[in-house]
Design a protein around this ligand. Structure first.
Ligand SMILES: C[S@@+](CC[C@H](N)C(=O)[O-])C[C@H]1O[C@@H](n2cnc3c(N)ncnc32)[C@H](O)[C@@H]1O
Length: 292
Protein backbone atom coordinates (compact mmCIF):
# COMPACT_ATOMS: atom_id res chain seq x y z
CA UNK A 1 0.00 0.00 0.00
CA UNK A 2 1.30 3.46 -0.89
CA UNK A 3 1.66 6.21 1.68
CA UNK A 4 -1.57 8.25 2.12
CA UNK A 5 -1.47 11.67 0.48
CA UNK A 6 -3.73 13.25 3.07
CA UNK A 7 -1.45 13.93 6.01
CA UNK A 8 -0.36 17.44 6.94
CA UNK A 9 3.33 16.64 6.35
CA UNK A 10 2.92 14.79 3.05
CA UNK A 11 0.57 17.49 1.69
CA UNK A 12 3.03 20.24 2.63
CA UNK A 13 5.94 18.34 1.07
CA UNK A 14 4.06 17.82 -2.21
CA UNK A 15 2.92 21.45 -2.39
CA UNK A 16 6.37 22.84 -1.57
CA UNK A 17 8.10 20.59 -4.08
CA UNK A 18 5.88 21.97 -6.86
CA UNK A 19 5.88 25.55 -5.55
CA UNK A 20 2.08 25.47 -5.43
CA UNK A 21 0.14 28.41 -3.98
CA UNK A 22 -3.57 28.13 -3.17
CA UNK A 23 -6.11 30.03 -5.25
CA UNK A 24 -8.93 31.16 -3.01
CA UNK A 25 -10.99 32.03 -6.10
CA UNK A 26 -11.04 28.31 -7.03
CA UNK A 27 -12.21 27.19 -3.59
CA UNK A 28 -8.93 25.39 -2.90
CA UNK A 29 -9.17 23.98 0.63
CA UNK A 30 -7.46 20.61 0.62
CA UNK A 31 -8.24 17.80 3.07
CA UNK A 32 -5.35 16.63 5.20
CA UNK A 33 -7.06 13.92 7.24
CA UNK A 34 -7.13 10.39 5.84
CA UNK A 35 -9.76 9.26 8.35
CA UNK A 36 -12.24 11.87 7.17
CA UNK A 37 -11.57 10.92 3.55
CA UNK A 38 -12.19 7.25 4.27
CA UNK A 39 -15.43 8.08 6.02
CA UNK A 40 -16.59 10.15 3.04
CA UNK A 41 -15.87 7.18 0.77
CA UNK A 42 -17.71 4.84 3.18
CA UNK A 43 -20.85 6.89 2.68
CA UNK A 44 -20.65 6.38 -1.09
CA UNK A 45 -20.99 2.59 -0.56
CA UNK A 46 -18.77 1.70 -3.49
CA UNK A 47 -17.88 -1.84 -4.53
CA UNK A 48 -15.03 -3.12 -6.68
CA UNK A 49 -17.43 -2.82 -9.64
CA UNK A 50 -18.38 0.83 -9.01
CA UNK A 51 -16.96 3.97 -10.56
CA UNK A 52 -16.55 7.36 -8.98
CA UNK A 53 -16.66 10.74 -10.67
CA UNK A 54 -14.77 13.31 -8.66
CA UNK A 55 -14.97 17.07 -9.03
CA UNK A 56 -11.83 18.97 -8.10
CA UNK A 57 -9.25 16.34 -7.12
CA UNK A 58 -6.76 18.95 -5.84
CA UNK A 59 -3.59 16.96 -5.20
CA UNK A 60 -5.46 13.64 -5.30
CA UNK A 61 -6.15 12.97 -1.61
CA UNK A 62 -9.75 11.82 -2.13
CA UNK A 63 -9.00 10.39 -5.58
CA UNK A 64 -6.50 8.00 -3.98
CA UNK A 65 -9.07 6.68 -1.47
CA UNK A 66 -11.67 6.32 -4.24
CA UNK A 67 -9.19 4.49 -6.49
CA UNK A 68 -8.56 1.96 -3.73
CA UNK A 69 -12.26 1.25 -3.28
CA UNK A 70 -13.65 1.24 -6.84
CA UNK A 71 -12.93 0.07 -10.36
CA UNK A 72 -12.40 3.47 -11.97
CA UNK A 73 -12.21 7.11 -11.01
CA UNK A 74 -12.64 10.02 -13.41
CA UNK A 75 -11.81 13.43 -11.93
CA UNK A 76 -12.46 16.90 -13.38
CA UNK A 77 -9.90 19.54 -12.36
CA UNK A 78 -10.02 23.14 -13.57
CA UNK A 79 -6.56 24.24 -12.35
CA UNK A 80 -3.84 23.36 -14.83
CA UNK A 81 -1.14 23.82 -12.14
CA UNK A 82 -2.43 20.71 -10.39
CA UNK A 83 -1.98 18.41 -13.39
CA UNK A 84 1.74 17.64 -12.91
CA UNK A 85 1.11 17.09 -9.20
CA UNK A 86 -1.75 14.71 -9.90
CA UNK A 87 0.33 12.85 -12.50
CA UNK A 88 2.82 12.18 -9.72
CA UNK A 89 0.50 11.44 -6.78
CA UNK A 90 -1.86 9.25 -8.80
CA UNK A 91 0.89 7.35 -10.65
CA UNK A 92 0.36 4.28 -8.41
CA UNK A 93 -3.36 4.22 -9.39
CA UNK A 94 -3.78 3.33 -13.08
CA UNK A 95 -7.57 3.17 -12.61
CA UNK A 96 -7.72 6.98 -12.32
CA UNK A 97 -8.17 9.53 -15.10
CA UNK A 98 -7.92 13.29 -14.71
CA UNK A 99 -9.78 15.53 -17.14
CA UNK A 100 -8.57 19.13 -17.23
CA UNK A 101 -11.88 20.94 -17.53
CA UNK A 102 -14.32 23.20 -15.71
CA UNK A 103 -16.97 20.69 -14.65
CA UNK A 104 -19.69 23.27 -15.30
CA UNK A 105 -18.71 23.28 -18.98
CA UNK A 106 -17.92 19.59 -19.27
CA UNK A 107 -20.06 17.01 -21.05
CA UNK A 108 -20.32 14.63 -18.10
CA UNK A 109 -22.88 12.46 -19.87
CA UNK A 110 -20.43 11.75 -22.67
CA UNK A 111 -17.69 10.94 -20.17
CA UNK A 112 -19.97 8.39 -18.47
CA UNK A 113 -20.88 6.88 -21.85
CA UNK A 114 -17.31 6.72 -23.10
CA UNK A 115 -15.08 6.13 -20.07
CA UNK A 116 -17.50 4.28 -17.81
CA UNK A 117 -19.55 2.31 -20.35
CA UNK A 118 -18.64 -1.00 -18.68
CA UNK A 119 -19.78 0.19 -15.24
CA UNK A 120 -23.30 0.01 -13.87
CA UNK A 121 -22.87 1.76 -10.56
CA UNK A 122 -21.57 5.34 -10.80
CA UNK A 123 -21.35 7.74 -7.84
CA UNK A 124 -20.19 11.34 -7.77
CA UNK A 125 -17.93 11.87 -4.76
CA UNK A 126 -16.31 15.24 -4.10
CA UNK A 127 -15.01 17.82 -1.73
CA UNK A 128 -16.63 20.61 -3.72
CA UNK A 129 -15.19 24.06 -4.42
CA UNK A 130 -17.53 26.13 -2.22
CA UNK A 131 -17.91 29.06 -4.61
CA UNK A 132 -19.87 26.87 -7.07
CA UNK A 133 -21.47 24.20 -4.87
CA UNK A 134 -25.08 24.75 -5.94
CA UNK A 135 -24.50 25.16 -9.71
CA UNK A 136 -22.45 21.94 -9.75
CA UNK A 137 -25.05 19.89 -7.86
CA UNK A 138 -27.92 21.30 -9.94
CA UNK A 139 -26.05 20.59 -13.17
CA UNK A 140 -25.45 16.97 -12.18
CA UNK A 141 -29.13 16.48 -11.27
CA UNK A 142 -30.77 18.44 -14.10
CA UNK A 143 -28.73 16.63 -16.74
CA UNK A 144 -30.34 13.40 -15.49
CA UNK A 145 -27.04 11.53 -15.58
CA UNK A 146 -26.83 7.78 -15.10
CA UNK A 147 -25.50 8.04 -11.55
CA UNK A 148 -26.71 6.45 -8.29
CA UNK A 149 -26.13 9.62 -6.33
CA UNK A 150 -23.75 12.21 -4.97
CA UNK A 151 -21.73 12.26 -1.75
CA UNK A 152 -20.09 15.62 -1.29
CA UNK A 153 -18.53 18.00 1.18
CA UNK A 154 -19.93 21.52 1.15
CA UNK A 155 -20.63 24.46 3.47
CA UNK A 156 -22.69 23.27 6.44
CA UNK A 157 -25.11 26.14 5.90
CA UNK A 158 -25.83 24.93 2.35
CA UNK A 159 -26.16 21.32 3.54
CA UNK A 160 -28.76 22.50 6.08
CA UNK A 161 -30.72 24.23 3.33
CA UNK A 162 -30.55 21.24 0.99
CA UNK A 163 -31.82 18.72 3.57
CA UNK A 164 -34.39 21.03 5.23
CA UNK A 165 -38.00 19.98 5.76
CA UNK A 166 -41.09 22.21 5.31
CA UNK A 167 -41.80 24.60 8.17
CA UNK A 168 -38.15 25.08 9.12
CA UNK A 169 -36.13 28.25 8.62
CA UNK A 170 -33.72 26.60 6.17
CA UNK A 171 -36.44 25.23 3.89
CA UNK A 172 -36.60 26.99 0.54
CA UNK A 173 -36.35 26.64 -3.22
CA UNK A 174 -32.98 24.86 -2.96
CA UNK A 175 -34.42 22.20 -0.61
CA UNK A 176 -37.25 21.53 -3.04
CA UNK A 177 -35.10 21.59 -6.18
CA UNK A 178 -32.73 18.98 -4.77
CA UNK A 179 -35.27 16.84 -2.91
CA UNK A 180 -37.34 16.71 -6.12
CA UNK A 181 -34.57 14.59 -7.67
CA UNK A 182 -32.99 12.94 -4.60
CA UNK A 183 -33.33 11.84 -1.01
CA UNK A 184 -31.04 14.19 0.86
CA UNK A 185 -29.35 13.58 4.20
CA UNK A 186 -26.45 15.15 6.07
CA UNK A 187 -24.12 12.33 7.04
CA UNK A 188 -21.13 14.13 8.62
CA UNK A 189 -20.19 17.47 10.15
CA UNK A 190 -16.57 18.28 9.44
CA UNK A 191 -14.38 20.68 11.45
CA UNK A 192 -12.32 23.43 9.76
CA UNK A 193 -9.10 21.99 11.17
CA UNK A 194 -8.90 19.14 8.65
CA UNK A 195 -8.29 21.49 5.71
CA UNK A 196 -5.37 23.54 4.42
CA UNK A 197 -5.91 26.41 4.27
CA UNK A 198 -8.77 26.35 6.77
CA UNK A 199 -12.04 27.64 5.26
CA UNK A 200 -13.99 30.43 6.99
CA UNK A 201 -17.15 28.33 7.22
CA UNK A 202 -18.12 25.02 8.82
CA UNK A 203 -18.45 22.04 6.52
CA UNK A 204 -20.69 19.01 6.18
CA UNK A 205 -20.98 15.96 3.98
CA UNK A 206 -24.32 15.22 2.36
CA UNK A 207 -25.54 12.14 0.58
CA UNK A 208 -28.01 12.62 -2.26
CA UNK A 209 -29.56 9.36 -3.43
CA UNK A 210 -31.28 9.73 -6.77
CA UNK A 211 -34.96 8.84 -6.90
CA UNK A 212 -36.19 6.53 -9.66
CA UNK A 213 -38.96 9.05 -10.35
CA UNK A 214 -39.07 12.70 -9.21
CA UNK A 215 -40.66 13.13 -5.76
CA UNK A 216 -43.81 14.59 -7.36
CA UNK A 217 -45.21 14.36 -10.88
CA UNK A 218 -46.19 17.73 -12.35
CA UNK A 219 -47.70 18.84 -15.65
CA UNK A 220 -44.86 21.23 -16.38
CA UNK A 221 -41.49 21.04 -14.62
CA UNK A 222 -40.31 24.50 -15.67
CA UNK A 223 -43.51 26.13 -14.40
CA UNK A 224 -43.28 24.15 -11.11
CA UNK A 225 -39.77 25.46 -10.46
CA UNK A 226 -40.74 28.99 -11.48
CA UNK A 227 -43.66 28.87 -9.04
CA UNK A 228 -41.38 27.75 -6.22
CA UNK A 229 -38.86 30.49 -6.91
CA UNK A 230 -41.64 33.09 -6.88
CA UNK A 231 -43.17 31.65 -3.67
CA UNK A 232 -39.89 32.18 -1.80
CA UNK A 233 -38.99 35.53 -3.42
CA UNK A 234 -39.73 37.40 -0.19
CA UNK A 235 -39.80 34.95 2.65
CA UNK A 236 -41.75 37.15 5.04
CA UNK A 237 -44.59 37.76 2.60
CA UNK A 238 -47.63 35.53 2.22
CA UNK A 239 -47.94 33.10 -0.63
CA UNK A 240 -50.71 35.22 -2.17
CA UNK A 241 -48.50 38.31 -2.08
CA UNK A 242 -45.50 36.61 -3.63
CA UNK A 243 -47.58 34.93 -6.31
CA UNK A 244 -49.43 38.11 -7.28
CA UNK A 245 -46.15 40.00 -7.55
CA UNK A 246 -44.21 37.29 -9.30
CA UNK A 247 -46.51 35.53 -11.74
CA UNK A 248 -46.93 37.00 -15.23
CA UNK A 249 -49.30 39.93 -15.70
CA UNK A 250 -52.90 39.16 -16.52
CA UNK A 251 -56.27 40.83 -16.07
CA UNK A 252 -57.73 38.24 -13.74
CA UNK A 253 -54.44 37.14 -12.22
CA UNK A 254 -55.33 37.64 -8.58
CA UNK A 255 -58.71 35.91 -8.93
CA UNK A 256 -57.07 33.00 -10.72
CA UNK A 257 -54.48 32.63 -8.00
CA UNK A 258 -57.10 32.83 -5.24
CA UNK A 259 -59.26 30.28 -6.99
CA UNK A 260 -56.30 27.88 -7.48
CA UNK A 261 -55.42 28.25 -3.79
CA UNK A 262 -58.98 27.57 -2.79
CA UNK A 263 -59.30 24.51 -5.00
CA UNK A 264 -56.03 23.06 -3.74
CA UNK A 265 -57.09 23.87 -0.15
CA UNK A 266 -54.09 26.07 0.56
CA UNK A 267 -54.69 29.09 2.78
CA UNK A 268 -53.56 32.23 0.87
CA UNK A 269 -52.19 33.67 4.12
CA UNK A 270 -49.60 30.91 4.50
CA UNK A 271 -45.95 31.50 3.71
CA UNK A 272 -44.09 29.50 1.07
CA UNK A 273 -41.87 27.91 3.69
CA UNK A 274 -44.85 26.00 5.17
CA UNK A 275 -45.85 24.25 1.94
CA UNK A 276 -44.83 20.67 1.26
CA UNK A 277 -43.57 19.68 -2.17
CA UNK A 278 -46.89 17.88 -2.81
CA UNK A 279 -48.82 21.09 -2.10
CA UNK A 280 -46.58 23.05 -4.48
CA UNK A 281 -47.16 20.36 -7.11
CA UNK A 282 -50.95 20.55 -6.75
CA UNK A 283 -50.89 24.34 -6.92
CA UNK A 284 -48.52 24.30 -9.89
CA UNK A 285 -50.80 21.99 -11.88
CA UNK A 286 -53.86 24.12 -11.13
CA UNK A 287 -52.21 27.40 -12.05
CA UNK A 288 -50.54 25.92 -15.11
CA UNK A 289 -53.92 24.84 -16.46
CA UNK A 290 -55.62 28.15 -15.74
CA UNK A 291 -52.71 30.18 -17.19
CA UNK A 292 -52.31 28.24 -20.43
C1 LIG B 1 -12.17 22.01 -1.95
S1 LIG B 1 -10.89 21.64 -3.12
C2 LIG B 1 -10.85 19.88 -2.96
C3 LIG B 1 -9.50 19.26 -3.30
C4 LIG B 1 -9.35 17.77 -2.97
N1 LIG B 1 -10.39 16.96 -3.56
C5 LIG B 1 -9.34 17.55 -1.47
O1 LIG B 1 -10.37 17.09 -0.95
O2 LIG B 1 -8.34 17.85 -0.84
C6 LIG B 1 -11.75 21.97 -4.63
C7 LIG B 1 -11.03 21.60 -5.92
O3 LIG B 1 -11.89 21.89 -7.03
C8 LIG B 1 -11.15 22.51 -8.08
N2 LIG B 1 -12.13 23.31 -8.85
C9 LIG B 1 -12.59 24.54 -8.57
N3 LIG B 1 -13.52 24.90 -9.48
C10 LIG B 1 -13.68 23.86 -10.34
C11 LIG B 1 -14.49 23.64 -11.50
N4 LIG B 1 -15.35 24.57 -11.92
N5 LIG B 1 -14.35 22.47 -12.17
C12 LIG B 1 -13.48 21.52 -11.72
N6 LIG B 1 -12.67 21.69 -10.64
C13 LIG B 1 -12.78 22.82 -9.95
C14 LIG B 1 -10.09 23.31 -7.35
O4 LIG B 1 -9.00 23.64 -8.17
C15 LIG B 1 -9.73 22.33 -6.20
O5 LIG B 1 -8.77 21.43 -6.64
Amino acid sequence: MHKDIATPIRTRTILEKHGFSFKKSLGQNFLIDTNILRRIVDHAELTENSAAIEIGPGIGALTEQLARRSKKVVAFEIDQRLLPILAETLAPYPNTKVIHEDVLKANVKEVIENDLSDIEDVMVVANLPYYVTTPIIMKLLEEKLAIRGIVCMLQKEVADRIAAKPGTKDYGSLSIAIQYYTEAETVMIVPKTVFVPQPNVDSAVIRLTKRKEPAVLVKDEAFFFQLIKISFAQRRKTLLNNLTNGLPEGKKRKEEILSALEQTEIDPGRRGETLSMEEFARLSDHLYTSFS
